[in-house]
Design a protein around this ligand. Structure first.
Ligand SMILES: [Mg+2]
Length: 249
């Protein structure tokens, strides 16, 4: 499978603020309140217990970013094991919360300015995003998402159309398939593992947010000074549409 399109944008963690939504939900639960019946879940209750054991009383979006939950390749086996254990409640609670029906439809937008800059140069850019849930390949080799994955894909397409207001294509594939889809194009993605795998395969991936300046310069025609200026003026927190009022209830 290869696409003529050359520009690809990841959704979660680049333009969809999954970490903010998850962190706000976890904070409600950590306060002992319920959110949409989640506190009835055994998995959630175990995660909350594990977080409390770690001394966590509240979380921030950065606790749920891939860069925070990343286990470096260079770590020793012992360090990897310890990190895995420490990250487990964070990772499990993300999957559990994100698995709720309607979750991906509600995510706040982040970095709309960056998307608009890229769209002005690459109007046909595609969104390339991974589903939650499981998948398998049918006999003819085509990808089959499970029920949760299909719902997630539908919700992500709905979100791009109705929240971003865009008709651009949304490709939903497991993370490991991203490099194949991107082909000779480029991707901006917040997952360090994806970035590392693209590099190893000689493909072009920009790690968000660290390499945003490179995207502006190499893919959007900005000069170094323009890219610097635009980044200096973009305050990530004010770029997010933080309509999180429902969590205050
Ligand atoms: Mg992502």
């Amino acid at each position: 499978m290869s696409y003529k399109n050359l520009a690809f944008f990841d959704l979660d963690g680049v333009v969809a603020n999954l970490a903010l939504w998850v962190s706000e939900t976890v904070n409600v639960l950590l306060r002992g309140q319920d959110y949409r019946g989640l506190s009835d879940s055994k998995t959630i209750r175990k995660c909350l217990r594990d977080l409390r054991k770690l001394g966590v009383t509240s979380t921030t979006p950065s606790d749920f970013s891939w860069s925070s939950l990343h286990i470096p390749e260079s770590a020793s086996d012992e360090e990897k094991k310890a990190l895995k254990k420490r990250f487990r409640p964070y990772r499990s609670i993300v999957y559990k919360i994100a698995g709720q029906k309607g979750f991906f439809k509600e995510l706040p937008v982040m970095n709309r300015w960056l998307l608009d800059v890229a769209l002005s140069k690459h109007p046909h850019l595609c969104f390339l995003t991974s589903p939650i849930g499981n998948h398998h390949f049918s006999e003819d080799g085509s990808l089959v998402l499970d029920e949760k994955g299909q719902r997630c894909a539908e919700e992500k397409r709905w979100w791009v159309k109705n929240v971003l207001g865009l008709d651009n294509e949304v490709i939903v594939v497991p993370r490991e398939m991203k490099a194949e889809i991107v082909g000779q194009g480029w991707l901006i993605d917040d997952h360090p593992k994806t970035w590392r795998e693209f590099n190893a395969a000689g493909k072009k991936c920009y790690l968000f947010p660290d390499q945003t300046q490179d995207v502006l310069i190499r893919e959007c025609g900005y000069t170094e000074a323009e890219a610097y200026a635009v980044l200096a003026n973009s305050h990530p927190s004010s770029q997010e549409s933080t309509d999180i009022s429902q969590f205050a209830r």
